[in-house]
Design a binder for this molecule. Structure first.
Ligand code: SIN
Ligand code: MN
Length: 222
């Protein structure tokens, strides 16, 4: 144990697949805590956080949406599978954050400036929640998906674009990490095989569980 540790800025970037970029500790603790505060507001409604039903079965992950409401396999402005209320607007700060994510990941400036996500799926995982292997393909746009994690670590399975099976890579996503699915990895299968309880960074604002935000571009207009 050393007395002085280096200032923990963003970690080493890695590319687990072509166009898939992981930047550890991209959000600092203060930013993580602020995001958790926003999450608490979003869950108050008008559309409460809920477990979506896939073919009649409730997911173990609970989701609240911004901009457009996601339900298997479509986006609507009103949460027709919950209470019919219109979802909260997509916040401007999240567009700016999405652009900053692409810039830090090395995207060219024209693509950074053009990036205008219009929906976010905000997932909450308790210790037993899982997310099966799937593709994010309910969007009409193939703009990159920007994913941010806060709270407990998870094992994130990043697979291939053909099917749910091998080859895949199991990654640890930690509080503050940024992951981008773009380019040839935009339609890669992925899932969360487990959450690791009691691993959340001290001061991230979440005592238990994991929040993940994926911002996306639906390609839809009203
Ligand atoms: C998702 O696939 O929509 C969420 C991924 C994650 O929780 O890291
Ligand atoms: Mn997904």
């Amino acid at each position: 144990m050393t007395l002085f540790t280096p200032d923990l800025g963003p970690g080493e970037r890695s590319e687990p697949g072509p166009g898939a970029i992981l930047i550890p500790s991209w959000l600092n603790l203060e930013q993580q805590e602020w995001v958790v505060g926003q999450f608490r507001c979003w869950t108050q409604g008008p559309v409460p956080i809920r477990a979506a039903k896939v073919r009649g079965h409730e997911m173990s992950v609970r989701t609240v949406c911004l901009g457009w409401h996601w339900q298997p396999y479509k986006y609507t402005r009103e949460a027709t599978d919950v209470n019919g209320a219109r979802v909260l607007p997509f916040p401007d700060w999240m567009v700016r954050l999405g652009r900053r994510a692409l810039r830090d990941a090395g995207y060219p400036e024209d693509q950074v400036n053009a990036y205008t996500p219009d929906t976010a799926l905000v997932n909450y995982y308790d210790a037993s929640a899982r997310l099966g292997m799937h593709q994010d393909k309910d969007e009409r746009s193939l703009a990159p998906v920007v994913s941010l994690s806060v709270g407990d670590d998870c094992t994130f399975r990043f697979g291939n674009t053909e099917h749910r099976g091998k080859p895949y890579t199991d990654l640890r996503l930690r509080s503050g990490d940024l992951f981008i699915f773009g380019g040839a990895s935009r339609l890669a299968y992925h899932g969360v095989t487990r959450v690791h309880p009691c691993t959340a960074a001290d001061g991230c604002g979440l005592d238990t569980g994991r929040i993940n935000i994926t911002m996306r571009t639906t390609g839809l207009t009203d």
